[in-house]
Design a protein around this ligand. Structure first.
Ligand code: FMN
Length: 174
């Protein structure tokens, strides 16, 4: 059966996700950043996460050759950052604030969480690769912050009860 690519994209889009900007730097100090909603937690012990990267991304070779990357989890006020890093333009770092930790991968301020990773494995996955990272350092916000969401091809935001209230009413088994 041949699937219509547009319909497949729409079907995948029914799965609501958060949004990240995945960053790295090469040995010359050139910076790379890609908006990605394929980020997923993978393992607690060892601490692993993954994201999927399109072979056609301009930064593909940089991520494939890099031994590190950082995951920046965007908040609802960071739609502009997401839009910026979803462009294949060399100027995408102009005016962007960042700091670096140990590996040199850019860490964006004001995010819900930042995770610095060592690249652990890269697996083939059709027209993407699956990049697995081992988390070496992280920070996350514990206040009642709200994520930037992506659903059916559009940006979205949480509505209703805050994450803090929701966890207060969840069952002990959660
Ligand atoms: C909400 C959203 C999520 C995206 N998720 C991914 C993703 O998980 N993997 C990917 O390779 N591209 C993803 N993209 C597309 C890239 O961000 C886009 O192709 C970007 O231009 C790649 O940057 P580069 O060409 O400079 O490498 C996403 C775009 C948007 C708007």
């Amino acid at each position: 059966m041949t699937l219509d690519p547009r319909a497949l994209r729409d079907a995948f889009g029914c799965f609501a996700t958060g949004i990240t900007v995945i960053t790295t730097a090469d040995s010359d100090g050139t910076l790379y950043g890609v908006t990605a909603n394929s980020f997923t937690s993978l393992s607690l012990d060892p601490p692993l996460c993954l994201f999927c990267l399109d072979y056609n991304a301009m930064s593909f070779e940089a991520f494939r050759n890099s031994r590190h990357f950082a995951v920046n989890v965007l908040g609802e006020d960071q739609e502009g950052i997401s839009t910026n890093f979803a462009r294949s333009q060399p100027d995408k770092w102009n005016g962007i604030e960042y700091v670096t930790w140990e590996t040199g991968s850019p860490i964006l301020p004001g995010c819900l969480a930042n995770l610095e990773c060592d690249t652990d494995a890269i697996h083939e996955g059709g027209d993407h690769v699956i990049v697995v990272g081992r988390i070496r350092e992280m920070v996350y916000r514990e206040d009642d912050c709200r994520p930037l969401l992506y659903y059916k091809g559009r940006y979205n935001a949480l509505s209703g009860a805050s994450a803090v209230n929701a966890s207060a009413t969840s069952s002990p088994a959660d």
